[in-house]
Write a protein that binds this ligand. Sequence first.
Ligand code: EPU
Length: 432
Amino acid sequence: MDKIYINGGKPLHGEVSISGAKNAAVAILPAIILAQDVCRVENIPNISDVSMMIRILHQLGAKIQKIDNTTYEIDSSTINSYVVTHDMTKHLRASYYLIGALLARFGRAKVAMPGGCNFGVRPIDQHIKGFEILGSSVSFKENAMIDVEAKELTGGLVYFDVVSVGATINLMLAAVKAQGLTIIENAAKEPHIVDLANFLNSMGADVRGAGTDVIKIRGVEHMHGCTYSIIPDQIEAGTFMVAAAATNGAVLVKNVIPKHLESITAKLVQCGVTVEEFDDSVLVKGNGRPGKCNIKTMPHPGFPTDMQPQFATMLAIANGTSIVSEGVWDSRFQYVEQLTRMGANISVNGKAATIEGVESLNGSPVKADDLRAGAAMLIAGLIAKGTTSIENIIYIDRGYDNVVGKFKQLGADIYRVNDSDEPQLIENSEVG
Ligand code: EPU
């Protein structure tokens, strides 16, 4: 198992370019199944969640050509199976998007229940409710397989009881070829929902209202191939913004959509950080020790839960006491134990953490409990005096493209090593 080592305490300086959005890519790749044609998708991030999704498409029969590091051409006309087994889905939460896409294409999907990060119970009742309203029958088979079948998918009105990114995406995938009109109410509004809608429309679908809480989808008979470029990753951008601020550095974060970063920018500014917005970049400059602030995570356009651990890590060295409340997941404070080892003063009570800012953190051996917890450990290591080693970086690889190379480019003393080797420098191109 590889580890990341960081000799911390150095401000980050320079420029970093943000990769394509993980959570858009893992929705757009299964959507290609609907084209029955060739799609060329650009700005695909080089991360393990994406490699797993591409491997699943290949196993289902798609022809896949890698054009360059971020561009793939995928021919889904040769897909000939609607069965996705456990060995394909066990590490990937987004594998559940294959249900909506295969159901729309074949009228049936048999997909093993998804893996992914563990934040407590991760139900899919809203996905199932939506499939049923569209005329499907849903059953659970042995080996934790979900079997969804419809003689004919028919549009309907789906009101989600909770705002769910996954359920919104899955229903969009299932509905684009259904008979008639589907209306999704209380839909999620994240940037990757809009990106998926734009991609589906580029393939000939009729999806309107994405980015608002009512999405209307009029089913079409045929879809076709297209060329499409995925939006930049809001959370990767936010992670570099917070890392710049937390190390009291100055970083130009390039290839971003500043509008997608507004909630993160607003909180950084509240903490006394300077953020300048340009057309497709943001310049983040620390102004000494960050100030305190309170955060509550919420669905978009609220403060994203996927930035909560990284921001809390910066607040661990802020001047004053901050309260961070988690409004999306039941259990997303596992990383606090690791930060405490490094000298942070944080107490968790249910879904809220009280953070008494300390002057600095101390390097320590820590582990990534999940993807964003791993990002928090990276920031903690960059802040801390001395050496931090991070285990379980398989989680970080799921969602951050060449993260070691990118931090190294900003002046960080950061290395990735194979556990069996002596610590050694890994070149940028080999990392992530
Ligand atoms: N929920 C239900 N029933 C459902 C679906 C969700 O009760 O049928 C609840 C969940 O338990 C949770 C809330 O609704 O409390 C929101 O869950 P959502 O469905 O929005 O989450 P998700 O689709 O499983 C995606 C991202 C997560 C991100 C959340 C929230 C992907 C592949 N994953 O998960 O990203 O935290 O939305 O924004 O898009 C990450 O990138 O690190 C990550 C975990």
